[in-house]
Design a protein around this ligand. Structure first.
Ligand SMILES: NC(=O)c1ccc[n+]([C@@H]2O[C@H](COP(=O)([O-])OP(=O)(O)OC[C@H]3O[C@@H](n4cnc5c(N)ncnc54)[C@H](OP(=O)(O)O)[C@@H]3O)[C@@H](O)[C@H]2O)c1
Length: 232
């Protein structure tokens, strides 16, 4: 059977581009998003275009229940994952009655809990899996207009760096990709010049490159920007 790769947030934007890029390569895909309808459309499109085998796992990874549901579903067990779920929010910390929690739920815990569940399972079975985290340039360069987003992505970046030290001896590889502004629905309604944004397919190509890197070649962080961009 082909290697199975989990993609979270797979039905739109960067996740969808990853699903097409990896489906084209012949992988079996485990696809997550909240909407079952979005996932079944994606499953159908992938099968039609590339004959891709896939399973769908509707679950809201911004909730503990959704995360638990996905982690109970490791059959077949993915040998690699693209942890992509994340939501962008602007607004001052002082004006935000809910505090950091909503951004932490979707931008940190959605990746943290799935990564830990996979790694613990891989460790018990001796599987040298790979995880690509879709982080953001905002994890490295603080964005005052989106402070909660920046802080949650920055926590993810440092957490992955810490975890990396623990999993290297297990042969498990973690890589973070930090795209700058990428032309997805996240930018709907905002005035941006698409020529100054990355394409989701650019990020997906980087994901394929990392997952297919030669044995012994490890990527840990990859910053991606279009040559002429001022946005993030
Ligand atoms: N676009 C950018 O400019 C940009 C730049 C840097 C980094 N990023 C990062 O790239 C990642 C993807 O962003 P994007 O712009 O591609 O997003 P997008 O176009 O809005 O797509 C988001 C995908 O995730 C799913 N999703 C959203 N919340 C979810 C949740 N709580 N649980 C499960 N699935 C969920 C959505 O489907 P459902 O609605 O059906 O759940 C959809 O498939 C994020 O981590 C983001 O921070 C984006």
């Amino acid at each position: 059977m082909a290697t199975t790769i989990l993609i979270t947030g797979a039905s739109k934007g960067i996740g969808r581009a990853c699903a097409f890029a990896l489906g084209r390569q012949g992988y079996t895909l485990a696809l997550n998003a909240r909407s079952l309808e979005g996932l079944t459309h994606l499953q159908h499109d992938l099968h039609q275009q590339f004959g891709t085998e896939s399973m769908v796992y509707p679950a809201d990874l911004a909730t503990p229940e959704g995360r638990n549901r996905l982690c109970l579903a490791w059959n077949p067990l993915p040998e690699a994952a693209v942890l992509n779920v994340g939501n962008f929010a602007t607004g001052a910390l002082l004006d935000n009655d809910q505090g950091l929690l909503p951004q932490l739920q979707s931008n940190f815990f959605a990746a943290e809990s799935i990564a830990l569940s996979l790694i613990r399972t891989w460790k018990s079975k001796g599987i040298p899996g790979k995880i690509v985290f879709i982080n953001s340039i905002a994890s490295k360069e603080f964005r005052a207009e989106a402070p909660a987003y920046s802080l949650s992505k920055s926590l993810l970046r440092q957490w992955v760096q810490a975890l990396q030290k623990e999993v290297v001896p297990l042969g498990i590889q973690l890589c973070q990709i930090h795209p700058s502004a990428t032309h997805t629905a996240s930018w709907d309604g905002l005035e941006v010049d698409p020529a100054q944004l990355l394409k989701p397919e650019d990020v997906a190509a980087a994901v394929v490159h990392v997952l297919q890197a030669a044995k012994g070649l490890w990527h840990s962080e990859w910053v991606m920007r279009p040559g002429n961009a001022d946005y993030f």
